[in-house]
Design a protein around this ligand. Sequence first.
Ligand SMILES: Nc1ncnc2c1ncn2[C@@H]1O[C@H](COP(=O)(O)OP(=O)(O)O)[C@@H](O)[C@H]1O
Ligand SMILES: [Mg+2]
Length: 361
Amino acid sequence: MAHVSLQNVWKRFDDGTVAVDDVSFELPDGEFLVIVGPSGCGKSTTLRMIAGLEMISEGEIRIGERLVNNVHPKDRDVAMVFQNYALYPHMTVRQNLEFALKMRKMTHSEIDQRVSRAARMLELEPLLERKPKALSGGQRQRVAVGRAIVRNPAVFLFDEPLSNLDAKLRTQTRAQLQKLHHELRATSIYVTHDQVEAMTMADRIVVMDRGRVQQIAPPMELYNRPVNRFVAGFIGTPGMNFFEGSMTPGDVTRFVQNGNSGITIPLSHVPPECAGATTLGIRPEHLLATDPSDPLAFRAIVEVVETLGNLTFVYFPAGEDLMAAAIHPDHRLSYGDPIHLRAAADRLHYFRADGTRINPE
Ligand SMILES: Nc1ncnc2c1ncn2[C@@H]1O[C@H](COP(=O)(O)OP(=O)(O)O)[C@@H](O)[C@H]1O
Ligand SMILES: [Mg+2]
């Protein structure tokens, strides 16, 4: 195992595309770090530079104490798992697992030991004599992970390994990877565009957008204290509601949304430094159902109701947008019903016009 560090790393492709723009982060030994961001934001390029599959244009990458900028991929002691399983179709699972070890001229007993251990960890024992075509997608991906494990690398790199699986298998395989990490405690960098994977698996998350790091933090800190609107909107489903407008002071401070159809949200405990906010961010679960006599109530008209069983999302028009509120399923609501909501005072997010967060809490 080893720690990994990237220092001011850039990738400019020959056609001028800046795929990775001054990225720095560091992960200690044994950490599971997830890089998340929309398609094209530079996640794979970052990972491929760590693996040595892509030259870096500028900056320094270290694995352990060693500067690896010019070290050949096979000498970096990393193992990468891709979205496409890339198994050898004519070989059995066992042969697929053994292949890299045989190439390294390891002894039979060492190979057997490593393959058995990986097969046990990944529950592949009953499948060892099968060929890949006789496996489900989830099983194939476990074999691909197994091939990384038997190599016993200092660092595991995963590039969207679950993206080809259907929803149920994705959840199962995700849980298996989490369990595996608890056993191995291997330094791992995991790339995904799926914020749920990021939230559920990561020790810490790196959020990227357009080649740049937006925020690096543990999952709940990202969720509770996003540094800007991009991060605030990217993490969470349904996403955070953003109200554009301005604050009007009074007995009760109100946030008045811009536009003719804008709504007014009474607020309490607005931190003084947030008085100039131009965007108010409220997550759906922080809009609480209340009654009209509540001094902080505002009225909205229900437009869409999503009943999930354990939770109901209601959507209501505000300005140009539909906003979401998560309410208890006992509230029976349908299209056109009025609803009274209040904003949870201590859970609000205030942003400046440039999108950066104002409130420290
Ligand atoms: N070989 C290449 N030449 C030019 N541009 C590339 C190349 N590979 C990737 N890109 C561009 O770099 C950006 C980042 O790509 P990538 O790292 O694959 O994103 P992600 O994995 O986050 O979807 C994208 O705009 C992509 O089109
Ligand atoms: Mg990618």
